[in-house]
Design a protein around this ligand. Sequence first.
Ligand code: DQA
Length: 235
Amino acid sequence: MQRDQKLDGLRKTIDEIDSRLIPLFVRRMETATQAAAVKKESGLPVLDAGRERAVTDRAVSSAGDYGDEAASLMRAILTISRQRQNKIIKGEDTGMKKISVINGPNLNLLGTREPEKYGELTLGEINAMIRGEAAALDAECDFFQSNSEGELVTAIQNAANGGGIILNAGAYTHYSIAIRDAIAAAGAPVVEVHLTNVHAREEFRHRSVISAVCKGVVAGFGPYGYILALRALCE
Ligand code: DQA
């Protein structure tokens, strides 16, 4: 009986805490949203890295008094709050990682091009899949496809200072020194992707002139290879 009363009392306290905690959490989100709007109006960047760090350290360390789980929870809350601010100021510097997805010759034909090798998804469908994964990783992607070598070189140059490049250079992989040089000159890490396992195909596909200047290579996993590359770049 006494134990029941004790439990009732504790539950009541939990309910009371929740009734204050949840509105407080919502208020924090709303206040962060207002701050984002003010920053947007005055043209300030979304993230002030120094302040972000100070706010996070302070909150995480006081939550840490209740253990590691509370500290992680606090970190997650602050991340959600920051993502919300980023979304409000989207279009300006969102603080999100920017990844360029570049596809080379004949990849515009995906869906109808040798589907037994390259699968049935179109490039548009693959890109939609990548975009969905990027949202979950707090990253932003832009997409480019060209059949011409020079346009691919220019696309790599344009993406050279971003957060990373996912590149399926198609047949150019096997002989384009111009694309290799563009990758070597880029500051951003480049992941070479192939839908098929090029090493299990004709001998001329075994050689890649770009692998040596790429951060990594993913081949043989179909469209999932682009997702693996994205995850690797967002780590
Ligand atoms: C490819 C493999 C290349 O050898 C081929 O020329 C392509 C596609 C792939 O994704 O498997 O066009 O890069």
